[in-house]
Design a protein around this ligand. Structure first.
Ligand code: ZN
Length: 275
């Protein structure tokens, strides 16, 4: 622990500073103390954690696309946030504490979640801590693609969060900016995904407060089918966003438009104040 971290050491500093300040004047002494306090506190940076379950970089079908896992690909796309005072952290189910220690969670402003095959491995205790952090303290939560079935999203929304169908048959999609003035759509224009896993409506979630992104699938037989692509809720004090694309065999998380959406979503979901 650094010397400035403990209250006891802090008091010693106060005494030294006062002694040093004899004859200088209390105003300057106070200034010195203030300066010390600034150095004492670690820089308060907003933390976004990108979590994934550590399967996309292992499975033969997807490891070519995401050799460093999906959390790393999403985190790379968030780099523009660094100049705005954000710290970007990647976390994995394989890490100690399943990637989310109490200490890290307590510093996290926004948690991004990608999972597919290991939802059940996530400990209920961790899920409850995440739920509390969102509802009571205002942390933002972003789930993407197959994380619709993740324990944290289901617990936050309180519904099965299932889609009617899941079909990877060569379907393509247009992602449509439905609410151009929504913060999540800032700088985003309609774009196409040449391949997408089709998640058929209805989506068993509570009525969202907004749907900034809509979508139009084109099936291989030429038939069009609509499906929501970006949905927003407020849960307790926290904001929740779900983004539909992101199947592990498609390079969606490298696409500039998708990366822009994630940057926007982090800024939207971030609490103004956090406990
Ligand atoms: Zn998928």
């Amino acid at each position: 622990m650094k010397q400035f971290d403990s209250a006891q050491t802090g008091n010693t500093d106060v005494r030294i500073s006062r002694r040093a300040a004899i004859g200088i004047g209390s105003t300057i002494a106070a200034g010195m103390l203030l300066e010390m306090d600034l150095f004492a506190a670690p820089a308060q940076r907003k933390v976004v954690v990108v979590w994934s379950e550590g399967t996309a970089n292992v499975d033969p079908a997807s490891k070519q696309v995401y050799p460093d896992d999906i959390n790393t690909a999403i985190a790379e796309g968030l780099k523009p946030l660094q100049s705005k005072g954000w710290e970007i952290v990647t976390a994995s189910l394989n890490d100690p504490d399943q990637g989310i220690s109490d200490e890290l969670l307590q510093r996290t402003y926004v948690l991004i979640w990608w999972g597919h095959k290991k939802h059940r491995d996530v400990k209920d205790e961790l899920v409850s801590k995440i739920e509390k952090r969102v509802k009571d303290q205002g942390m933002g939560f972003i789930a993407t693609h197959s994380a619709h079935f993740s324990k944290p999203l289901k617990q936050l929304l309180g519904t099965p969060c299932s889609w009617r169908e899941y079909v990877a048959d060569g379907t393509s999609a247009e992602i449509i900016v439905k609410e151009p003035k929504h913060p999540i759509c800032k700088g985003v224009k309609n774009f196409n995904l040449p391949k997408i896993e089709r998640y058929g409506e209805p989506f068993a979630v509570p009525t969202p407060e907004s749907v900034p992104l809509d979508g139009l699938y084109t099936r291989p037989d030429g038939q069009a089918q609509s499906g929501r692509m970006g949905l927003c809720w407020t849960v307790g004090k926290g904001k929740v966003f779900y983004f539909t694309p992101g199947h592990e065999t498609y390079p969606d998380y490298y696409r500039p438009q998708v990366r822009q959406i994630f940057v926007n979503a982090v800024l939207w979901a971030a609490p103004k104040q956090i406990a």
